[in-house]
Write a protein that binds this ligand. Structure first.
Ligand SMILES: Nc1ncnc2c1ncn2[C@@H]1O[C@H](COP(=O)(O)OP(=O)(O)OP(=O)(O)O)[C@@H](O)[C@H]1O
Length: 514
């Protein structure tokens, strides 16, 4: 875990002191202060003259739209990125948990947790495995996580890996802990663990900065809020000075009337586009439900209960081992779609959850990534045609409020949330779309862009496209889906109509308690 090389403040810190962002506290030095930080990447002015300070034991939520400059600012605060101008002062070490995990999958939890600071049997000698395990267990205990420290990290769910990564940062006892979207893959009970752990850290004088696009968490975790827009700090102060509405409008620079679009009044009675009929395999079993044209069907469940497999079966990424998939009234064959290509040929599109490993071609341009699915229509001769590509992709980029320099920019240079928008936007250009399968489509996407994505989904549904939405965000499912199927241990435990569903109802089913 990187530690800051930055200059330290020698004076002890008054833990009881409170501090306002960008305002001095009661005379004690802040745990973190930065002054006029500025950073450009070529033509992009990513961070503009940002100054702020944070007291010891305080939590700051750093908010802003995708591409606002949050990750760049945090990298400079952590000493990982050199500012063009400006300075940072931290009263001690900094530990960072990035959006992309940095654990070694083949090493155990204990080995990952103690990497680079393994206890030795004697100085310079072999690793003391007993002490290693004890240290690792203590690190997990501090977070309240019950995992076997001998498990290889690659066998853990994404949420568990995230917790290990956080435990590793916490174990360093940093003066400042920086968490970049720590909760995006966590389920509610794990968010509770993280909340309790940060409260304990704060009581010990550690300051915490975190980024989240989930507003409900921001008000729960943060003492202070700082809002960035287009690289500049546009608002900062105690969390109690903000309301949900004022926070959103300060982030997106406009009033956001509603996050979720109105539902269609009439439920479609048409034949299903796709029906799961006793489908099983890869840990799921007896899955039966139908998706009709114009319907948004949601799949809920705690991490690891089979919901991703359902999305992958629908999209031809995995083959069935039992039951059948029925497309327009006819079976798709013995094992479902033969391949993703066969699913696409049938008008089924898939937005996978992990944009970095499955979906985007990071070295290629935005335009190329957007048009790859529609390539047959846009490039009949399979040759890139710049003018046509621009005509087609421009409106999509505008609609999704993509923040970019030019359509020729490499996707790898975009902020995380903007990459996700490209992944989603590519399917808007595809002709003959019948069923859109989405697996956690708004992870890391800011609230303004999320409203746009939700609006686009509703529009697609109103045009007769069927939507299968797998999401860990229960509020998103309740806000969008016409019907929600809740999975538990690989099977559908129960189904609830979207318009009347409550979080409690879904959680009860997801925990297998109903
Ligand atoms: N290495 C880089 N090269 C070129 N441009 C970059 C680089 N890193 C970031 N940028 C640009 O700097 C701007 C700020 O990006 P940053 O990742 O800090 O945003 P963010 O607020 O963290 O966004 P998100 O919420 O999507 O993670 C964006 O326009 C991004 O494209």
């Amino acid at each position: 875990m990187p530690r800051s090389e930055l200059s330290s403040i020698a004076e002890p810190i008054d833990v009881s002191a409170t501090s306002a962002v960008s305002g001095g506290p009661t005379g004690s030095p802040p745990a973190l202060a930065c002054d006029a930080l500025d950073k450009r990447f070529g033509a992009t002015h990513a961070v503009r003259a940002v100054s702020l300070s944070l007291g010891a034991g305080r939590t700051l939520a750093l908010m802003g739209e995708n591409g606002a400059g949050k990750s760049t600012l945090m990298a400079m605060l952590a000493g990982e990125l050199k500012p063009d101008t400006g300075s940072v002062t931290v009263a001690g070490s900094v530990a960072v948990v990035h959006q992309e995990l940095s654990l070694f999958p083949y090493l155990t939890i204990a080995e990952n947790l103690c990497l680079g600071r393994e206890p030795r049997l004697f100085p310079g000698g072999p690793v003391n495995n007993r002490a290693l395990r004890t240290l690792a267990r203590a690190a997990l205990d501090r977070l309240g996580v019950a995992l076997d420290v001998d498990t290889a990290v690659g066998r853990l769910s994404p949420a568990e890996q995230q917790l290990v990564e956080i435990a590793r940062a916490v174990a360093l006892d940093p003066a400042l802990l920086i968490l970049d979207e720590p909760t995006s893959s966590l389920e509610p009970s794990q968010v509770d663990l993280l909340h309790a752990a940060t409260e304990r850290l704060k009581a010990g004088g550690t300051s915490v900065i975190f980024v989240s696009h989930r507003l409900e968490e921001v008000f729960r975790f943060a003492d202070e809020i700082a809002v960035m827009r287009s690289g500049a700090l546009v608002g900062a102060g105690p969390a109690s000075d903000f309301t949900r509405e004022s926070l959103v409008s300060s982030m997106v620079g406009r009033e956001l009337e509603q996050l979720y679009p109105d539902r269609s009044a009439a439920q479609p009675a048409a034949e299903p586009v796709l029906a799961f009929d006793g489908a099983g395999g890869h840990g799921v079993r007896d899955v039966s439900f139908a998706i009709r044209p114009g319907q948004i069907v949601g799949i809920a469940g705690l991490e690891g209960h089979g919901q991703h497999v359902v999305a992958e079966l629908a999209a031809g990424v995995r083959r069935l081992q039992a039951g059948q998939l029925v497309l327009d009234g006819s079976s798709t064959g013995r094992a479902g779609f033969k391949s993703p290509r066969a699913a696409i040929a049938a008008g089924v599109a898939f937005v996978p959850p992990d944009r970095r490993t499955s979906g985007l071609m990071l070295p290629l341009s935005i335009a190329e990534n957007l048009t790859v699915a529609a390539a047959h229509r846009l490039h009949p001769a399979r040759l890139l045609n710049g003018a046509r590509e621009r005509r087609a992709t421009g409106p999509v980029a505008e609609r999704l409020r993509l923040r970019f320099q030019s359509m020729e920019q490499r996707v790898g240079e975009l902020s995380g949330g903007n990459q996700q928008k490209v992944l989603f936007g590519r399917w808007l250009l595809v002709p003959g779309l019948r069923l859109l399968v989405l697996d956690d489509p708004t992870r890391g996407v800011d609230v303004g862009a999320r409203a746009e994505i939700y609006g686009v989904l509703r529009e697609l549904a109103d045009r007769g496209v069927a939507v299968l939405l797998v999401s860990t965000d229960m509020l998103e499912l309740i806000g969008l889906a016409d019907e929600i199927h809740v999975m538990y241990e690989g099977a559908i435990r129960g189904s609830v109509p979207g318009h009347s569903a409550t979080e409690e109802e879904i959680m009860t089913l997801a925990a297998g308690a109903a």
